[in-house]
Design a protein around this ligand. Structure first.
Ligand SMILES: NC(=O)c1ccc[n+]([C@@H]2O[C@H](COP(=O)([O-])OP(=O)(O)OC[C@H]3O[C@@H](n4cnc5c(N)ncnc54)[C@H](OP(=O)(O)O)[C@@H]3O)[C@@H](O)[C@H]2O)c1
Length: 340
C-alpha cells in the first residue's frame, strides 16, 4: 500500500477560458478508511464540461470547488481496503472520487460494477453522459418515428448517444461536429444521416443553410448541447411544436457570445409562434431511472449495437491540459484520464 496519494486541486478561478495554470498537482498522505468507509485506487477519471462551472464561484445548481480543494468528478477503480461489509478488496467501483489517484469514500456513495464490461464505460456511454442523452431524448425530446433530430457535439458521449437512440427510433439524425474528421466519425461510427462541420462556418446564416440542406423537413427535436452559433443557426429551422431538451451550452461556459448574435427577441418570439417546448434538465434529478437505463442500454453496448468512443489521456498530471482542450473540442469521444 502506498503512503501518499496524488490529486489535482483548483489553484485559481479562470477569468474567461480555463487554463492549465488554474490547477495544481499535489501530494498528500494516503487517507485511511474510517468505519463504514472504503479506500479506492482510482484507475480512470472522467473529465466533463460541467466541471468548468465548478471552477467558477457563480451561483449554479451545485456548489463551486473551493480554491485549494480537489477538483470534483467521477472515477472508477478498485477497492484496496474496506471497512464496510458491502465491499471487499478487489471490488470494482464507481463514485465521485475527484481528480485523485486514491479516494476514501463512504460505502453508500459507491456503486459496485459487476459483470464483464470495462469499468471505464460507466464514465461514458453507460455513465452519466450516456444516461443524460437517454433521459433527455426520451423524456424531453419525446421522439416520434419519421421526425428529424439535430444535436451538436455529435461525437461526444452525450451527442453520440442521442444520435444513435434517435436512429433506433426511426428518426432522421443530423449531427453538428467540429471538423471533417469528427463529422466523418459521426456518420460512419455513430450512424448520423448527415453531419455538418460547424468550424467550417464563420457566421450563423451559412451554417443554418447547410443544416437546412441536411434537414429538408425542418427540425422536430433540437437536443441542445452547445448554444453559441449552432443554436443561432438551428433556431430558424425548428418546426411547429419542436422540442428542445436543454442539456448544455458549452460554447458559453467560458463567457462571451460563442459566435451567437443577440437574438433574444427572436428566440422568445420563436418559442411563442412555433409553440416550442424548451425543457432544461440536470441529470442529478433523474438518477432514480439509472438502473432502467442500464437495463436497456448495457446489453446493446455489450452486443456492439451502440457504438462508443473514448479519448484517453495518460496520467493524472495530464488532466488539466486534457480538460482545457476538451472544452474547445480537443477530444474525440468521451474524455477519460487513465490514472497511475
Ligand atoms: N444537463 C446535464 O445534466 C448534463 C449532463 C452531461 C452533459 N451535459 C452537457 O452536454 C454537453 C455535451 O457533453 P459531453 O460530455 O458529451 O461533451 P463532449 O462532447 O465530450 O465535449 C464537449 C464538446 O463540445 C463541443 N464544443 C465546444 N465548443 C463548441 C462551440 N463553440 N460550438 C459547438 N460545439 C462546441 C466540442 O465538440 P466539437 O469539436 O464537435 O465541436 C467538444 O468536444 C455539454 O454542454 C455538457 O455540459 C449536461
Amino acid at each position: 500500500m502506498p503512503e501518499e496519494m496524488r490529486r489535482i486541486v483548483l489553484a485559481s478561478r479562470p477569468e474567461a477560458e480555463a487554463v492549465p495554470d488554474n490547477f495544481r498537482l499535489e501530494e498528500a498522505d494516503l487517507p485511511r478508511p474510517a468505519e463504514g468507509e472504503v479506500l479506492v485506487r482510482v484507475t480512470y477519471l472522467s473529465l466533463d464540461p460541467y466541471m468548468r462551472g465548478r471552477m467558477s464561484a457563480a451561483k449554479s445548481y451545485a456548489p463551486p470547488v473551493e480554491i485549494g480543494g480537489t477538483m470534483t468528478g467521477q472515477g472508477v477503480g478498485e477497492v484496496i481496503e474496506s471497512r464496510s461489509p458491502r465491499f471487499a478488496p478487489g471490488d470494482r467501483v464507481l463514485g465521485i472520487t475527484g481528480w485523485a489517484d486514491h479516494a476514501c469514500l463512504p460505502a453508500e456513495a459507491l456503486r459496485k460494477l459487476d459483470g464483464t464490461l470495462a469499468p471505464e464505460l460507466f464514465l461514458g456511454v453507460l455513465g452519466m453522459p450516456g444516461f443524460t442523452g437517454w433521459v433527455g431524448l426520451s423524456e424531453f425530446g419525446r421522439p416520434r418515428q419519421g421526425e428529424t433530430l439535430a444535436v451538436a457535439a455529435a461525437t461526444g458521449p452525450v451527442g453520440s448517444m442521442v444520435g444513435q437512440l434517435a436512429k433506433r427510433k426511426g428518426l432522421r439524425a443530423v449531427g453538428v461536429a467540429g471538423g471533417p474528421e469528427k463529422s466523418r466519425i459521426a456518420r460512419e461510427t455513430f450512424g448520423f444521416d448527415a453531419c455538418i462541420d460547424h468550424r467550417a462556418f464563420t457566421e450563423a446564416g451559412a451554417l443554418s443553410a447547410a443544416i437546412a440542406e441536411a434537414a429538408p423537413d425542418g427540425i422536430d427535436i433540437y437536443f441542445e448541447n452547445v448554444g453559441g452559433m449552432v443554436l443561432d443557426a438551428v433556431l430558424p429551422l425548428l418546426n411547429d411544436h419542436a422540442r428542445v431538451p436543454l442539456c448544455g451550452t458549452v460554447a458559453w461556459y467560458s463567457g462571451g457570445a460563442g459566435g451567437a448574435q443577440d437574438r433574444l427577441p427572436m428566440l422568445w418570439r420563436s418559442i411563442l409562434v412555433r409553440r416550442l417546448s424548451v425543457h432544461g434538465f440536470i441529470i442529478f434529478d433523474h438518477y432514480d431511472r439509472y438502473d432502467a437505463f442500464l437495463e436497456e442500454v448495457a446489453p446493446m453496448v455489450e452486443a456492439g449495437r451502440i457504438a462508443h468512443l473514448e479519448d484517453v489521456a495518460d496520467g493524472i498530471e495530464s488532466a488539466p491540459e486534457a480538460f482545457v482542450a476538451m472544452l474547445k473540442g480537443g477530444n474525440t469521444g468521451k474524455q477519460l484520464v487513465r490514472v497511475g
